[in-house]
Design a protein around this ligand. Sequence first.
Ligand SMILES: [Zn+2]
Length: 143
Amino acid sequence: MDIWSKEKRSEVMSKIRSKDTRPEKLLRSALFSLGYRYRLHDKNLPGKPDIIFRKQKIAIFVHGCFWHFHNDCPEGRVPNTNSKFWKEKLEKNIERDKRNIEHLQSEGWKTIVIWECEVEKQLKITTEKIVKILNQQNSSVKR
Ligand SMILES: [Zn+2]
């Protein structure tokens, strides 16, 4: 059953969750240029975190504001059309995110959620925030 109009469908398709989004790439190259090395999209970890620092046990999710329903963000809103459908769908995503993060934390991972709009607007501040956490973990890893 086609529940969307043509316009709506193309709007939705353009927002489909994808790997290697622009904000993800921006953040990755910022970290890389500072000398940090990481793994990407580890399928063996709950929620397939976008950026993974194994030694420090840090998992970073770069969340799309629409799909992960960013609070107080213009992108994090329920569309006016089919709002019931969308509300349920987005709520499910939030629950899944929560479960994945709890799962990771229960296995000793530190999780960081970065919103796409943060990266777009404040790449430097966002990168510094991650670096700070990495350094903290580094010093606790070293004996
Ligand atoms: Zn946002």
